[in-house]
Design a protein around this ligand. Structure first.
Ligand SMILES: *[C@@H]1O[C@H](CO)[C@@H](O)[C@H](O)[C@H]1NC(C)=O
Ligand SMILES: *[C@@H]1O[C@H](CO)[C@@H](O)[C@H](O)[C@H]1NC(C)=O
Ligand SMILES: *[C@@H]1O[C@H](CO)[C@@H](O)[C@H](O)[C@H]1NC(C)=O
Ligand SMILES: *[C@@H]1O[C@H](CO)[C@@H](O)[C@H](O)[C@H]1NC(C)=O
Length: 505
């Protein structure tokens, strides 16, 4: 039930992407239905033997397989220079059309070695099985997982390595492979990271049939492409770890061609993996690589009950482990089960952004039914500016109400010194409101070109957890101005009593 509510919210959130939404309907009507029909017939087809190979890659040669560790062959450990005292990573790829490793594998290996130079980074090669039709490959993930579990059990017995030092990183189908490995291994694995775990055939499945928090002492998951219909999407929508991160809501990623991805899916089905689809899905891997390479600039994510609340900036709290670094250095919320964390990102590496909550109180003498102006904000900080940031208005702005917004900046602007708020009219406005607005131009006492006034803006910075109040710079400015400047005022941050419930969530 919880999951369903979450999906509904996601769809509502995205409702304003009208053309894209229409496309999704097409998808649900055609491709997904066909896909579902395919399942029973394909289930019968099985590939015979399932075997995985374990290639210990070298820091100097992250792209190539030069040495395989063979289960049951202790000599192979020596030949590959396996270091029994350091951390061991198993990188597990997903479904493949080409039957070749994708480019990210070498990049992830290199990033792991950059962060943990003495580690053993083992690439699990199950390409021959992963190359089958998706449904066959998905069905075989359990056997591949068992295969890996046998390998891990043997390694533990032979080298006495501590499973606490073992970290499985699985992408797409590989995330579920990691889950099955964790489920079948004799002792518990330290950590599994699921990078956009595959959705089809796994969404809504019982915890033993997919990656779940039972599979390791700690399971962290990044969701980057969970748009879809009928519960079917490329990546899982439901939380499947102890901590589940939904960068940019998990639904689509900046810099990717979402439209292209959805068109492709609508036309050729959910497994028509083209560059646009890959961009969204594979973003999970690059976010993780980013967290390895840019430790000091790791993205911060915040616990939030729903993406909608996060979009309103209501969840930028770090109290009681409510915020955490995303990716390799994840912390904080480790005890919690299925904590859902949200963050925004840039379109490219380093992905980190800086989050701000703006609470703006709009006051008005007139009773208007509410307006939806275009509001843009510029933040001026000690280290730079972030100009023309759009405020997402989810509900109409009516008199005497406080609205909360989420704003992000791509760079660290340092201490916030001034905020400029621009109010622009929209063609959508009703005639009656336009008339009201025009009439309110003349008295000269309005500040926003309408009867609306803003005197204060309360700001909370997510990354620094600082709270500030900004007051209108020149409250006496005569005439009408569409751009207002706000500077820090003496008063400390206070919560509007009506909004208290919102923050507590
Ligand atoms: C094995 O790893 C440890 C750190 O975990 C390091 O101190 C040691 O030098 C490594 N041994 C070899 C042979 O590289
Ligand atoms: C605004 O509307 C409410 C009821 O909707 C009414 O009670 C109030 O008197 C109105 N105020 C003004 C200033 O028109
Ligand atoms: C908003 O509050 C002000 C002062 O508290 C009051 O004069 C005004 O009528 C209120 N406006 C509405 C629409 O209720
Ligand atoms: C709306 O904006 C345009 C240009 O920004 C301006 O010319 C026009 O007068 C505005 N209309 C009203 C009613 O404020």
């Amino acid at each position: 039930m919880k999951t369903r509510g979450y999906q509904v919210i996601l769809l509502v959130l995205c409702a304003h992407f009208i053309s894209v939404t229409a496309l999704e309907e097409e998808i649900s009507d055609s491709a997904f239905d066909n896909f579902l029909e395919l399942i029973p017939s394909l289930r019968k087809e099985r590939s015979g033997s399932v075997s995985a190979r374990f290639s210990l890659r070298k820091p100097s040669d992250p792209d190539d397989d030069v040495c395989y560790i063979v289960t049951g062959d202790p000599e192979s450990l020596k030949e590959c220079d396996f270091n029994t005292t350091s951390k061991t990573f198993l990188v597990i790829h997903g479904w493949t059309v080409s039957g070749l490793f994708e480019g990210w594998v070498g990049r992830l290996v290199a990033a792991l070695y950059e962060r943990e130079p003495s580690a053993n980074v083992i690439v699990v090669d199950w390409l021959s099985t992963a190359q089958n039709h998706y449904i066959v490959a998905a069905h075989n993930t359990k056997m591949v997982g068992q295969n890996i579990a046998n390998f891990i059990n043997w390694m533990e017995k032979t080298t006495h390595l501590s499973l606490d030092h073992l970290h499985l990183i699985g992408y797409s189908l590989g995330a579920h492979v990691a889950g099955f490995a964790g489920n079948h291994v004799s002792n518990k694995i330290g950590r599994i990271t699921g990078l956009d775990p595959a959705g089809p055939d796994f969404e809504g499945a019982h915890a033993h049939q997919r990656l779940s928090p039972d599979d390791a002492h700690f399971v962290d998951v990044l969701h980057t492409f969970n748009r879809g219909s009928l519960g079917l999407s490329i990546g899982t929508q439901q939380p499947v770890g102890h901590v589940d991160f939904y960068p940019n809501g998990g639904s689509f990623q900046p810099g990717c061609n979402l439209r292209g991805a959805l068109e492709k899916i609508a036309k050729f089905g959910i497994f028509a993996i083209n560059d646009a689809v890959k961009c969204e899905h594979e973003r999970s891997v690059h976010l993780f690589i980013d967290s390895l390479l840019h430790k000091q600039e790791a993205s911060q994510a915040y616990f939030c009950g729903s993406p909608d609340m996060f979009e309103r900036g209501a969840c930028l709290s770090c109290r009681k482990s409510r915020c955490s670094t995303m990716g390799y250095d994840v912390g904080g919320a480790r005890q919690a089960r299925s904590a859902t964390m949200f963050t925004k990102t840039r379109a490219s590496m380093p992905f980190r952004v800086y989050h701000y909550q703006l609470k703006i109180h709009f006051s008005s003498n007139l009773n208007c039914s509410g307006v939806e102006p275009t509001l843009t904000v510029s933040l001026h900080g000690a280290n730079g500016d972030a100009k023309d940031l759009h405020l997402n208005i989810n509900e109409k702005i009516a008199g005497n109400n406080t609205h909360s917004f989420l704003l992000v900046t791509e760079k660290d602007i340092g201490e916030l010194l001034m905020i400029k708020l621009k109010w622009e009219n929209r063609s959508k406005w009703t005639t009656s409101f336009m008339l009201k607005m025009v009439s309110s131009w003349w008295p000269g006492d309005s500040t926003l070109g309408s009867d609306m006034e803003v005197h204060k803006i309360r700001v909370k910075a997510g990354e620094t957890q600082k709270r500030m109040v900004f007051c209108l710079k020149n409250p006496e400015t005569p005439g009408v101005s569409q751009e207002l400047s706000f500077v820090k005022c003496k008063e400390s941050w206070k919560f509007h009593s009506k909004r208290r419930g919102l923050r507590r969530q």
